[in-house]
Design a protein around this ligand. Structure first.
Ligand code: 5GP
Ligand code: ZN
Length: 114
């Protein structure tokens, strides 16, 4: 279920455009609007959960299965590695309060820092 005034719920509903790279009944993955590296993907459940503290574990498992699919796809496309990151709670610098997992392709000597 989606809620009002949530950017990612609007992406799920198609009210805000995004570049989707994966979609199924429960999950959407799309490119981050402000990527750390080219190909930075966000994986989210379609249902609104604020963060790790309120998503049921069966739903989280589905999210993580897609995280692995995305990581494998990025590696096939040439990434040397991936960072998998999730910020949970204001103190941890979560800015969008709809659970999301960042999957960031990394390259040797890409000079990025997380
Ligand atoms: P957080 O800081 O909450 O872990 O990450 C939020 C992420 O969402 C940021 O990396 C930011 O660039 C991304 N983001 C915020 N608004 C939008 C949007 O409207 N579209 C897309 N594709 N990404 C967004
Ligand atoms: Zn939401």
């Amino acid at each position: 279920m989606q809620v009002d005034n949530c950017i990612f719920c609007k992406i799920v509903k198609g009210e805000i455009k995004s570049q989707k790279v994966y979609e199924d009944q429960d999950i959407v993955a799309f490119l981050d609007i402000n990527p750390v590296n080219k190909g930075h993907v966000l994986v989210i459940p379609k249902d609104h959960f604020e963060n790790i503290f309120d998503i049921p574990k069966d739903k989280l498992s589905k999210v993580m299965e897609v995280v692995q699919k995305v990581a494998i796809a990025l590696k096939k496309m040439g990434a040397d590695g991936v960072n998998i990151v999730s910020n949970n709670g204001k103190a941890a610098e979560q800015h969008v309060f709809h659970l999301h997992i960042h999957v960031i392709p990394r390259y040797y000597n890409d000079g990025k820092e997380l």
